[in-house]
Design a protein around this ligand. Structure first.
Ligand SMILES: NC(=O)c1ccc[n+]([C@@H]2O[C@H](COP(=O)([O-])OP(=O)(O)OC[C@H]3O[C@@H](n4cnc5c(N)ncnc54)[C@H](OP(=O)(O)O)[C@@H]3O)[C@@H](O)[C@H]2O)c1
Length: 339
């Protein structure tokens, strides 16, 4: 790959999230979109016409296997439904493709281990698609914490929600075990942002949920216990107004980010305060975290670098999600075992 200046991308699935990722692959400096495939006839062409109509040379295929067998494709973006990620990631890896897998990478740690083993065997890179982490607003938060401005981190609170539109209700007609519900959909963000600010893993979790008739969680809240009085509270729902935020409380003050999901033109504001009465607002430059994600992954492919989001991190997030769902099922606190 080192004599190439761009990574040649294929998209596996005519998913709605292509509204964000397809233009990002087109706009990324070190990426070129070669093809998109869907299992539904005409759907790939429809998505291209909708989100990148100027890209007239992009192949639109009605067969994902044909995309995977195309030797002109180096990397695949995989936005299929959550429960399909493992099967299709492994198919792509076996054909030598690097894979950017939408969150959640898979529905079990065992599945992520299977993806990892295949990636090692076939010498390709895989990464879980948490685009949000590539926005510089979170670097600003990290710097504030590192400066000691809020003291030691003791509590984190994360909230992710939006009212589910009737047209999208099929996302909650599968039960939790089959990838349905809020935890597998927006929960990966709530758990990832709840884990991001502590330097150790949570020891246990307790959570509760409202399940619908299909056995999918439409609202779920809980607490991760990090020991020594450190907690992360997470809250997610398809029945609340739109929120994508986290708050970090330390021994001396707090930091709040309310724009984890944002549009490329949005100028995020991170606010922070201290017990001494200080109140600050950091107005940051707009950034397109989808483009930054694609450029990072492409850079890793081109130069053999390790992705910023490791497979170990994907496993730790999955382990925490599974434990939180187990807590709902058992109606009690669940220990999160170390590897
Ligand atoms: N990073 C982000 O900001 C973000 C945002 C939203 C979702 N996601 C993640 O991205 C993945 C896709 O989410 P999504 O909401 O975009 O999924 P979606 O629109 O429901 O599509 C998922 C898959 O289902 C198939 N599909 C799409 N529309 C369909 C329809 N009308 N009838 C039958 N099948 C259909 C498509 O495969 P075929 O084309 O092969 O049929 C598609 O790849 C999930 O893993 C999700 O967690 C990420």
């Amino acid at each position: 790959m080192t004599n190439q200046s761009v990574v040649r991308w294929g998209i596996l699935g005519a998913a709605r999230v292509n509204e964000r990722l397809m233009p990002a692959i087109v706009d990324a400096e070190n990426a070129k979109l070669i093809a998109i495939a869907s299992r539904r006839q005409g759907a790939a062409a429809e998505v291209l016409a909708k989100y990148a109509p100027q890209e007239i040379d992009v192949l639109t295929l009605d067969d994902p296997e044909a995309l995977l067998n195309n030797p002109d494709i180096d990397a695949v973006y995989l936005p299929m439904a959550n429960e399909e990620h493992t099967e299709w990631a492994i198919k792509a890896i076996k054909l030598g493709k690097h894979v950017l897998i939408e969150k959640p990478m898979a529905l079990s740690v065992a599945d992520i281990e299977a993806i990892e083993a295949a990636a090692v065997k076939h010498n390709v890179i895989v990464m879980e698609g948490f685009m949000y982490g590539f926005h510089p607003q979170h670097d600003a938060v990290h710097q504030l914490i590192a400066s000691g401005a809020i003291g030691d981190v003791r509590t984190v609170r994360t909230c992710f929600s939006f009212p589910m539109k009737p047209a999208r209700l099929y996302r909650v007609t599968r039960d939790i075990d089959n990838g349905g519900g809020a935890m597998w959909d927006i929960g990966p963000y709530a758990i990832h942002t709840a884990r991001k600010w502590f330097d150790s893993d949570p020891q246990s979790v307790i959570s509760m949920a409202k399940l619908n008739d299909s056995g999918a969680d439409v609202s779920l809240s809980g607490v991760l216990d990090y020991g020594d009085g450190k907690f992360a509270h997470f809250d997610m729902s398809f029945e609340r107004a739109r929120r994508s935020e986290y708050e970090i409380i330390g021994t001396l003050g707090g930091i709040k980010c309310e724009t984890v999901w944002n549009n490329p033109d949005d100028r995020p504001v991170v606010t922070w305060w201290t017990d001494l009465g200080e109140r600050h607002s950091l107005e940051l430059e707009a950034a397109n975290h989808f483009v930054l994600e694609v450029e990072h992954f492409s850079d890793c492919v081109l130069h053999g670098k390790m992705p910023a989001l490791s497979i170990s991190d994907a496993k730790a997030n999955c382990k925490t999600i599974v434990a939180a769902l187990e807590s709902v099922r058992l109606d009690r606190k669940v220990e999160i075992l170390k590897e």
